[in-house]
Design a protein around this ligand. Structure first.
Ligand code: DQA
Length: 144
């Protein structure tokens, strides 16, 4: 099974950005967690991070016919991007939305998720562990 993990803007700043909200673990730690999960679960997992909305849309489009599942944390674009929502709908690949923080307990502008409208499942507030849970969810429900 091939999975793409996509991270949006400022996720590369993990460990530096607002550690009280996102924790002290770095983006490099997240990449290690993803690679470890791939090994343990015998999955082919690629990761992609960009601060640019169009680059995220391009990457989702590239998945068409090549990827069996998507894990996506669109970060701030979660709450603004109809383009990412439409890209996810275009490729019809099962996608799980991840948020490191508990967005429901934060500002009201974080309560809306456009990307989430195209996702089969959402994991919020579990820290970096949420990415492992999302990968396992895809394996259990869509694995082949
Ligand atoms: C986030 C939550 C978003 O509201 C925020 O803009 C982010 C990260 C999270 O992982 O908790 O950048 O997606």
């Amino acid at each position: 099974m091939k999975i793409l993990v996509i991270n949006g803007p400022n996720i590369n700043m993990l460990g530096i950005r607002e550690p009280g909200i996102y924790g002290k673990n770095t983006f490099a730690d997240l990449l290690v967690l993803i690679a470890q999960t791939a090994r343990e679960e015998n999955l082919d997992i690629e990761q992609f991070q960009s601060n640019h909305e169009g680059a995220l849309v391009d990457k989702i489009q590239e998945c068409y016919g090549k990827v069996d599942g998507i894990v996506i944390n669109p970060a701030a674009y979660t709450h603004t991007s109809v383009a990412i929502l439409d890209a996810l709908k275009s490729v019809s690949i099962p996608a799980v939305e991840v948020h490191i923080s508990d967005v429901d307990a934060r500002e009201s502008f974080r309560q809306i998720s456009y990307a989430g409208m195209a996702c089969v499942h959402t994991i919020k507030g579990q820290g970096l562990e949420g990415y492992r849970q999302a990968i396992l969810y895809l394996k259990q429900n869509y694995g082949k």
